[in-house]
Write a protein of this length. Structure first.
Length: 145
């Protein structure tokens, strides 16, 4: 083989290896940062990941909100009319957070089955429900938009 062709072939192979490596690293980083949504029924059924962050959402159960002694840690129950998940959140709840309203929480499932939230998002008006929550609750008999 001609030395000039050999050099071109090696250059093409190195470029392909570089592009392939960059693509693999990008897809791996994307997959690790992706956060899926699960309903309380899916969490109770064990479908939610144990060691990865995810989102859970539903309606805040009436009279389930309680505060710890530190005044900033709250616990409440989210349901989808079939199953319930207890959520613990340390921080200031959104102004629009209320019992009986739809929320989405980001975080991880603790060892005792309590969802430890890093962020709690509340709906922004009386007619809005996060699309994930509405889709998860539709089969349970609640159809709010």
């Amino acid at each position: 083989m001609n030395p000039k062709r050999k050099r071109r072939l090696m250059m093409i192979i190195l470029i392909l290896i570089g592009v392939g490596s960059a693509t693999a690293l990008t897809l791996t980083a994307f997959n690790q940062n992706m956060m899926f949504f699960y309903s309380p029924s899916q969490v109770a059924a064990g479908e939610a990941p144990k060691n990865r962050p995810f989102r859970v959402g539903g309606m805040v159960k009436e009279n389930s909100l309680s505060r710890d002694n530190d005044g900033i840690t709250v616990r409440f129950i989210v349901h989808d009319n079939a199953k319930e998940v207890t959520i613990r959140y340390t921080g200031i709840l959104p102004d629009l957070f209320r019992e009986g309203q739809g929320i989405v929480a980001h975080g991880k499932l603790g060892e005792n089955g309590v969802f430890i939230a890093n962020e709690v998002l509340a709906k922004h008006d009386e007619n809005y429900m996060p699309p994930e929550v509405a889709a998860a609750m539709k089969p349970k008999g609640i159809d709010k938009k």
